[in-house]
Structure formats: structure tokens, C-alpha cells
Ligand binder design. Structure first.
Ligand SMILES: [Zn+2]
Ligand SMILES: [Zn+2]
Length: 277
């Protein structure tokens, strides 16, 4: 499947629907634009196929694919420029660089915003929206569709696409054993990685010499029963109010709750309560 070609075809059909100037055709334009965005997402995913959990992503929805793309490579949604030049001194940047082109890639934030906005136009307005006169705003939809079509055109005519240069680090997840791959940006010393399959997360640290160190985000939590104190290990991503467990030692129930503590501003005059302490 040539997803880039599919995307171009969908964009072409969307443009035709927009140019007909018939408001009834706007929903077809919206549908084609959404399909163009989905094709582009899958096209982008193919460039990262070695970084993806194999087999699994083939059934994933575009938004999930894009979320995973961003998890592998935080720069995946940034435009990139590719240039080359001849090194006069080995290892030193060339003085004369030739720019091959700038890549405008599908940005996840843009995708989510546009994708969801168009989605709402593909449903009949709710009874409440119709009653309050808030049906579909065709002018707004036309503007949105035109904006997206222009953006997609830029992405699709970009001379450079799907560049995945960089260093990738791989480990098997300590929790579930599934492989986690992550690009190590040249500028950052540490980068965070999350497992696709479970709640595990890690900090990857560049320790030099082409070596990286993976630090698990595991926290030890002691049982709330002061006489027990049995410690369990919780992944940082599991931490949430309401999460509960039965202590294997004292059989009591522990629940994570959030508290709020308030302190008056330091500069304020001492209150009666404070001066009495
Ligand atoms: Zn895992
Ligand atoms: Zn206990």
C-alpha cells in the first residue's frame, strides 16, 4: 500500500468537493481529508517500522499510531531540514552546505486538532444543538477544510520525507518483556521512555561511549499500617488517586489519595496562631 499516494488521491477528492462550492459537499471533503491524514500517519509509521512493536500497529487506529510515533521519537512531529556538504576536515561541518529540502511532517497536535474538529462535522447535530440553533456552521467547516488541505499539500509536496536519522536505544521492558525503542536526541542527556504494552516507564541516560543507562520509574510504597510497613513497588504511571491494593503482609487495604496542605504566605504578618507556637 502506497499510503502517500493514497493520501494525495484523498486530498485531490477533498479539493474537488471544496471547489464545487456546494455546502452539501463539505462533509465529503471532511471525510476525504480525514482519510488523507490517516494515510499520512500510516506512511510515517512505515518509516519507523523497525521501532514499532511488530504485528501490533497494523491494526491500530491513526491516533494511536501517532501517539506511539511520538513516544519513540519526540522529534517525529517537528519539521526538519536536510542539508549536505563535503567535509574539508574530517569530523568538521562542511563550510558549503546544500539544502535538499525542508520536511513538513504530520504533527500530532495538528492531527488531533484537525481530525477531531472534522469528526464532529460528520455527525448529525444533536437535538440540543439544533434546538439552540447551533447546527453545523458551513462557513467554519469550509475554512477548516481549506486550512487542512493547504497543510496536507505542504506535507505531501515536501521534497524530503520520513527521515529517521539518529541513535535509537532498545531494551526489553523489565515489567512485560516487550521491546521498547527510543530515539536518543543529540541535544538531550536524558530522555523518558514509556512501554507501549504496560505501565512501565524509564529514564534513559547517555553515559557516553555509545552507552545508555535505563532507569526504571519504580517507587517503593510502604503499607499505611504503621505496625506493618510492608513495601510494594509501583510504576510511576500507575500512581493515581483511587489506586488500591491489599497488603500481602497484614491483609489491610491501602488506597492512594491526594491531600491538600495550605500554608499562608511567608511575608504576611504573624497570625495569632503562629505567634502562639
Ligand atoms: Zn512493558
Ligand atoms: Zn500491611
Amino acid at each position: 500500500m502506497n499510503y502517500r499516494h493514497e493520501s494525495r488521491q484523498a486530498l485531490k477528492r477533498a479539493r474537488a468537493a471544496l471547489e464545487s462550492n456546494d455546502d452539501q459537499n463539505l462533509k465529503y471533503a471532511a471525510l476525504e481529508l480525514r482519510m488523507a491524514m490517516e494515510s499520512l500517519t500510516y506512511d510515517r509509521a512505515k518509516a519507523y517500522k523497525d521501532e514499532f512493536p511488530p504485528d501490533e500497529y497494523e491494526t491500530w487506529q491513526p491516533r494511536k499510531v501517532m501517539a506511539v510515533l511520538l513516544e519513540i521519537d519526540a522529534t517525529a512531529d517537528k519539521d526538519s531540514t536536510l542539508s549536505y556538504g563535503i567535509e574539508e576536515t574530517p569530523g568538521q561541518p562542511a563550510s558549503q552546505m546544500t539544502m535538499i529540502g525542508t520536511e513538513t511532517v504530520l504533527n500530532m497536535e495538528t492531527l488531533r486538532r484537525h481530525y477531531d474538529a472534522l469528526g464532529s462535522f460528520l455527525h448529525v447535530p444533536t437535538l440540543k444543538q439544533t434546538k439552540s440553533g447551533k447546527g453545523h456552521d458551513h462557513g467554519k467547516l469550509r475554512m477548516r477544510c481549506t486550512e487542512i488541505a493547504e497543510y496536507l499539500d505542504k506535507v505531501l509536496t515536501s521534497p524530503v520525507h520520513n527521515v529517521t536519522l539518529g541513535n535509537f536505544a532498545t531494551i526489553d521492558c523489565a515489567e512485560c518483556g516487550k521491546p521498547i525503542r527510543k530515539r536518543i536526541p543529540a541535544t538531550a542527556e536524558t530522555v523518558e521512555a514509556e512501554c507501549f504494552s504496560c505501565k512501565a516507564s524509564y529514564t534513559i541516560k547517555d553515559i557516553g561511549g555509545g552507552q545508555v543507562h535505563w532507569q526504571s520509574h519504580i517507587h517503593e510504597v510502604a503499607c499505611g499500617n504503621k505496625d506493618c510497613g510492608h513495601k510494594i513497588q509501583i510504576w510511576r504511571r500507575e500512581f493515581a488517586a483511587g489506586v488500591a491494593w491489599t497488603c500481602p503482609d497484614c491483609a489491610g487495604q491501602n488506597t492512594i489519595t491526594y491531600g491538600l496542605r495550605h500554608e499562608p504566605p511567608k511575608s504576611s504578618a504573624p497570625t495569632e496562631q503562629e505567634s502562639s507556637e
